[in-house]
Design a protein around this ligand. Structure first.
Ligand code: UD1
Ligand code: UDP
Length: 372
């Protein structure tokens, strides 16, 4: 048996790890230990996804919770190390670009355990983003790098990563989307929120430059105020955003908007149903840029850059200037075209990425797999 620790910690990790665990289990060749770092812990940021995506209960929850970057990363490492020492895995697998990703990755390689990184190679080239640092460092120490889009292969090549370690497998987040699309149709969220298909926009925000800076947050909220006069908006607010809206007094402003619904984060099936039926999405999320590309829903990304360029070259994504005027201008342009977009399917975003990953991991271990 190949022993592998699968790590998850924050909301987008759950959609990524779910199909990988399923594919590994189907091989029958793996002994899996699922570790949740506890980076996200609210019911609607964590537990809900395990139920909806049929992810097994984590074998271990490190219950690290929220803290500064250094404190959170260090605490995850401290709590993860004895788990690795006890389980003695051949591989540790991390996904995405959150603090849990680099913390567990670094812990693994320092113990001589091989590291597999799912969603390797993405680069925004913006080192002020904590995620960019997490991506660069995790890729630098990984033994197996599973890439979602061609830009990832180019980026890793430029960074001098040995091509033999790099595998272009497609996108596990899209595996999850395709596997749950039918089920999401049964969600009653449109009825509950009194929404008609293609008549509303969906908003998500959580990036520090957008939500931690009161000036930028106010400019964005001002744009939403104008847009909700033309189209209904649904805004499931991330806890970081919720706290900042509260601090800046913007919660009342949003709640006073007649055509904007400020709600708690919703489960995956409800969110997929919302996105699938939306006229457009306004977001600063990484994963949602990819999901809207597959769904063919126009996506306004409230960021200066994206580490997922294929969603722009092949998909429905557009970067939007971070000013009230910039947001309103792009909204007006999209509205003019009638909120129409075509679903796109970037190469290998076909629902089988996790199977490709399992195939590669199931290859007979070389002597280097014997980690000690
Ligand atoms: C993290 C990731 C980000 C990812 C996002 C997905 C890092 C550096 N950032 O950002 O890349 O896009 O998750 O959602 O890893 N909080 C709660 N309840 C929770 C979780 C968080 O109230 O269950 C609040 C806490 O006040 C916390 C804040 O949200 O301090 C931020 O949480 P944290 O995990 O540090 O970063 P995110 O902004 O969620
Ligand atoms: N999502 C969700 N409920 C919500 C908002 C988002 O299920 O209320 C899903 C979304 O469909 C995607 C993932 O959460 O699969 C994206 O996570 P997030 O935006 O938190 O992180 P990022 O992708 O930016 O790292």
């Amino acid at each position: 048996m190949i022993k592998i620790i699968c790590v998850c910690g924050a909301r987008p990790n759950f959609m990524k790890i779910a199909p990988v665990i399923r594919a590994l289990k189907a091989r029958g060749a793996f002994r899996i230990l699922l570790v949740h770092t506890g980076q996200h812990y609210d019911e609607n940021m964590s537990a809900l996804f395990f139920d909806q995506l049929h992810i097994p209960r984590p074998d271990i929850n490190l219950e690290v919770g929220s803290a500064s970057h250094a404190a959170q990363t260090a605490e995850i490492m401290k709590r993860f190390e004895p788990v690795v020492l006890d389980f003695q895995p051949h591989y540790v697998m991390v996904v995405g670009d959150v603090n849990s990703t680099i913390a567990c990755g670094l812990t693994a390689v320092k113990l001589g355990v091989k590291l597999a990184h799912v969603e390797a190679g993405l680069r925004s080239f913006d080192r002020t983003m904590p995620e960019e640092i997490n991506r660069l460092l995790t890729d630098a120490i990984s033994d197996l790098l599973f890439v979602t889009e061609p830009s990832g292969i180019d980026n890793l090549k430029k960074e001098g990563i040995d091509a033999a370690k790099v595998h272009f497998v497609g996108n596990v987040m899209i595996d999850t989307l395709l596997a749950h699309r039918e089920k999401a149709r049964a969600s009653d969220i449109l009825r509950r929120l009194n929404l008609q298909p293609r008549t509303f926009g969906v908003i998500t925000l959580h990036r520090p430059p957008n939500v931690d800076d009161p000036h930028n947050l106010a400019a964005i909220v001002k744009a939403f105020d104008e847009i909700q006069k033309e189209i209904k908006l649904v805004f499931p607010a991330h806890p970081r955003t919720r706290k900042n809206l509260q601090k800046t007094g913007l919660t009342e402003r949003l709640e006073s908007m007649k055509n904007l619904l400020l709600i708690e984060p919703v489960g995956y099936l409800d969110f997929l149903c919302l996105m699938s039926n939306a006229a457009l999405v306004m977001t600063d999320s990484g994963g949602i840029q990819e999901e809207t590309t597959i769904l063919g829903v126009p996506c306004m990304t409230l960021r200066k850059n994206t580490e997922r360029p294929v969603t722009i070259t092949h998909g429905t994504n557009r970067l939007v200037p971070l000013t009230t005027e910039g947001i309103l201008r792009v909204f007006a342009e999209i509205k003019k075209t009638g909120f129409l977009s075509k679903p796109a399917q970037p190469q290998l975003w076909d629902g089988r990425a996790a199977q490709r990953i399992a195939d590669i991991l199931a290859r007979p271990p070389t002597s280097k797999n014997n980690h000690r």
